[in-house]
Design a protein around this ligand. Structure first.
Ligand code: GP9
Ligand code: MN
Length: 412
């Protein structure tokens, strides 16, 4: 009802973090190139297997980018679609099902829509059937001008593996689409090759599969390596086309690729026991922002997919003070470093809480007494607020211009 919405708006305003003055608007008017990395977990970054890097390109690219090494995915059953939802709305996904299917008709104030209002052309590119995850419908609610889907690509037996068009071919063919977009554009690329069951042809295996007891984990390593190669080629092509220097590039992992069913094999790879604490830490995914002309830096801020929307909008010089959002600007000096996962686990600067146990983040040791207690309530509150926005389609009643309830509609 109305009072719940008032509480929520108040909570939202209390949690707002002022943008960093040095960073606000630093990429104003630049194109945005965002890449969703299928099933890519952060443990693959800067890791070698038998002396070979799994992600040699990324390992270099992060040196010239802002790389966040404590960045968590926050998805639920909606997998890739949940990650898209979180990243563009700064809201939580649902505990069951996928928002993309269940609430595609809702009112949202998503980043593509906001960017459109700010003169951007907005497009998503993904070589799969347009109705997969109900994207064709949901994208209208998120504010996309154009969805380049399977019919916009030449897909055949030779250039496909597993779920479809191979990433290298996907990026190469996407360049033509990018070139026809009016600038500035906001473009989102969704990769596919590194998808379970991680199939790859011999010629594309640039690193040997592992030899653990899990075929899934074994094959995951070469597909991550292949995706890394595809990224390298994509960036080279952007440079050739003159699109690199006037674009900011954002890469993020959509969700985990290796589930807890493979813990035994993970122990073989990591060389440490996979406790619930470690399992939670394995939910970290790569996240970087490349801004042309800026030096790279690795930041260890506790962060999550929900933080991308305010961070990106602030870099582009767009205020988010009145946005209903649960993330916060990662460049803000007052960033709250509080990340809640959909299952109720959460991470703070000091603690990792999961499966009802509170751990010291620095050591993984079980923490004393009720250390996590105050955050448990806040985590539940956020999930509850976010759920009620989605279930009640409450953004219909929110007047963003003025940062308050739209009473005219609320009385209906
Ligand atoms: C399918 C792709 C993969 O279009 O987004 O989906 P996932 O199974 O990872 O949600
Ligand atoms: Mn996915």
């Amino acid at each position: 009802d109305g009072s719940e919405l008032t509480d929520m708006v108040n909570y939202n305003q209390a949690n707002y973090t002022e943008p960093n003055k040095d960073m606000f608007g630093i990429a104003k008017g630049k194109n945005v190139i965002m890449v969703s990395l299928e099933s890519t977990q952060a443990f693959t970054v800067n890791r070698e297997v038998d002396g070979e890097e799994i992600t040699p390109f990324l390992n270099d690219f992060i040196k010239e980018s802002f790389y966040f090494d404590n960045f968590y995915h926050q998805t639920g059953q909606g997998k890739t679609s949940d990650s898209e939802f979180i990243v563009e709305n700064s809201l939580y996904p649902l505990s069951r099902g996928a928002v993309f299917f269940t609430h595609s008709g809702n009112e949202f104030q998503a980043s593509p829509e906001i960017l459109k209002e700010n003169g951007y052309f907005t497009a998503s590119l993904h070589a799969n059937n347009k109705s997969f995850w109900n994207r064709d419908i949901m994208y209208q609610s998120l504010g996309y001008d154009r969805f380049y889907e399977i019919n916009d690509y030449e897909v055949n037996e030779d250039n496909s593996v597993g779920w479809g068009l191979k990433d290298i071919d996907f990026f190469e063919q996407s360049i033509a689409h990018l070139k026809e977009m009016p600038e500035p554009f906001y473009s989102k690329f969704i990769t596919l090759t590194n998808h379970f069951p991680f199939e790859l042809e011999e010629e594309d295996k640039l690193i040997e599969p592992l030899t653990t007891g899990s075929r899934t984990l074994n094959n995951f390593i070469p597909t991550v390596r292949y995706q890394d190669e595809a990224l390298k080629i994509f960036i080279e092509r952007l440079k050739e086309e003159g699109l690199y220097e006037n674009s900011i590039i954002i890469l993020y992992g959509d969700h985990n690729g290796i589930s807890e069913n493979h813990n035994k094999a993970m122990v073989e790879l990591l060389g440490e026991e996979v406790t619930p604490f470690v399992s939670t830490q394995l939910q970290r995914v790569p996240f970087l922002i490349h801004i042309p002309g800026m030096k790279g830096k690795t930041l260890s801020t506790v962060s999550g997919q929900m933080d991308i929307k305010p961070t990106l909008l602030h870099l582009l010089g767009i205020e988010t003070k009145n946005d209903i959002q649960f993330g916060s600007d990662l460049f803000s000096e007052k960033n709250n470093q509080f990340v809640v996962l959909r299952d109720g686990s959460f991470i703070t600067e000091e603690y990792v809480y999961t499966k009802e146990v509170c751990y010291e983040r620095a050591t993984g040791e079980v923490a004393d007494g009720n250390a996590c207690e105050p955050y448990i309530e806040q985590a539940n509150l956020e999930l509850q607020y976010s759920d009620s926005i989605i279930y009640g389609d409450l953004l219909r009643f929110y007047d963003k211009e003025n940062g308050m309830l739209d009473v005219r509609e609320d009385t209906n």
